[in-house]
Design a protein around this ligand. Structure first.
Ligand SMILES: C[S@@+](CC[C@H](N)C(=O)[O-])C[C@H]1O[C@@H](n2cnc3c(N)ncnc32)[C@H](O)[C@@H]1O
Length: 436
């Protein structure tokens, strides 16, 4: 379908606003043809689509659903196995020995995120590499691949790849088995079972890291993704990745994506090529499990207000339906937990703390509320209460079955959680000694 200049401009702006994708070197003929062929899969005329996007501007997930066929065509998903082999060599030489040392006897598991994973080659490369590195050592490796291109995520789940995915790749051929189709190879089951793929827009911060599982990662690969973002977006996404890393966790990018200013919170480990960054181990008054304020969302609220000031209450009032439900159902603990996250996101730590305290009053034997309290009490300057929250969660977890999962933390066992919390407490104690 042919689009006129105005329609193209409007669609380009929508894609940029909701995904950060800045159309490298403007809109060349190839991207324009992808844009048009993506649009052809949407059963609407351009003005109708643009109108709907405006109407749903308070709900970015809905907008992404509307424009998904265009994203599937437009977003550049170029990738292949063991792209930049040097980065993997650096993992083995610098990153993994350091993590093993840092975990000591606390932890024998690794949480790894391939952010912007496209069709999954990077996530599987990490699985193959890490499984081989830790072979025979009884380590649990969990890998999450995320992208906002749904058709590539589907390909990732199939794990079947043609020759194009194996450029420059001669090592680890034994990790694949031939399947039907000329030259097609599938990643062997043993390297697939610990890899999960999920749809995720890196631009959209989440108020529920516990539910989405985006917390306490030890290693994040986010490569060849920042190149498509403008500076403001890079900064916001870098901040999100920082918050998702455990203290001492590593971020791997590509050398050309590094900038001192944009990644200012990180330590630089690889000072030759600027590929490997790290969230520092000692950070004051911070516990990474708890969600932080969404800068992106705040910007979107402002942008939205300037387009259509009357709809501002729709966003801010995200909280009111839950407050109303609480009036009718004041013993519903799940509502308090949800409100903790929402108040945090709206930069209201005092209200968030109040809700977290009410939650643990109602659910004194569940660990989730204490996670939030650890951070919120610290923010409020209540060190003793923070220490109490730590001790409380440790005693709950010590009395839980280490192999079981909490419904709110589906991908991590109580045993692993206990290790994480102990490591967090150890760090706070270390910090206190350091300060004194
Ligand atoms: C060039 S590929 C990189 C794949 C892989 N990381 C690599 O280095 O080989 C970039 C990927 O980032 C994804 N992407 C772009 N913007 C995104 C966003 N806002 N949220 C999530 N993924 C995004 C694209 O869909 C694409 O699959």
């Amino acid at each position: 379908m042919k689009l006129n200049n105005e329609q193209v401009k409007a669609l380009v702006n929508i894609i940029r606003h909701y995904t950060g994708f800045k159309f490298p070197d403007g809109l060349n003929a190839e991207l324009l043809s992808h844009l048009e062929s993506g649009f052809a899969h949407i059963n609407k005329d351009p003005e109708e689509l643009i109108g709907l996007v405006e109407r749903f501007s308070f709900n970015p997930s809905r907008v992404l659903e509307l424009i998904q066929p265009i994203l599937d065509e437009v977003l550049i998903g170029e990738t292949y196995f063991f792209r930049d082999y040097e980065a993997y060599d650096l993992l083995a030489a610098e990153v993994l020995p350091e993590l093993v040392k840092q975990f000591g006897s606390y932890k024998r598991s690794l949480r790894v995120w391939s952010a912007g994973c496209s069709s999954g080659e990077e996530a599987y490369s990490l699985s193959i590499f890490l499984n081989k590195y830790f072979a025979g050592k009884d380590w649990q490796i969990d890998i999450l691949g995320t992208d906002l291109n749904k058709s590539r995520l589907e390909k990732a789940r199939q794990a079947v790849y043609g020759l194009n995915s194996f450029r420059h790749q001669s090592r680890f051929k034994e990790a694949f088995t031939p399947v039907e189709g000329r030259g097609n190879l599938q990643v062997k089951e043993e390297y697939r079972r610990n890899v999960q793929f999920k749809f995720l827009n890196l631009l959209e911060n989440t108020s529920q890291p516990l539910k989405t599982d985006l917390y306490m990662y030890d290693l994040i690969f986010c490569r060849n993704v920042f190149i498509y973002f403008d500076q403001k977006t890079i900064k916001a996404v870098a901040k999100r990745l920082y918050q998702t890393l455990a203290p001492g966790g590593f971020l791997v990018i590509t050398p050309s994506e590094y900038s001192k200013e944009l990644f200012a919170d990180f330590e630089i480990i690889d000072t030759v090529n600027y590929r490997i960054l790290r969230r520092p181990l000692l950070v004051k008054n911070e516990f990474p499990v708890s969600p932080k304020i969404s800068h992106i969302k705040a910007e979107k609220v402002q942008a939205h207000m300037s387009i259509n000031p009357t709809s501002q209450p729709e966003i801010i009032s995200e909280i009111s339906p839950f407050e109303e439900k609480l009036v009718k159902d004041p013993l519903n603990s799940a509502l308090y937990l949800h409100l903790v996250a929402l108040y945090q996101e709206q930069n209201a730590p005092v209200k968030a703390l109040e809700m977290a305290r009410k939650y643990v009053y109602l659910e004194p034997h569940k660990p989730e509320g204490y996670f939030y309290l650890i951070n919120l009490e610290a923010q409020a300057g209540n060190k003793q209460r923070q220490a109490r929250a730590y001790n409380r969660i440790i005693s709950i977890l010590e009395n839980s079955n280490p192999a079981e999962h909490s419904p709110n933390l589906p991908s991590i066992t109580y045993g692993e959680l206990l290790n994480l919390v102990r490591a967090g407490l150890k760090e706070i104690q270390y910090q206190t000694e350091f300060e004194n």
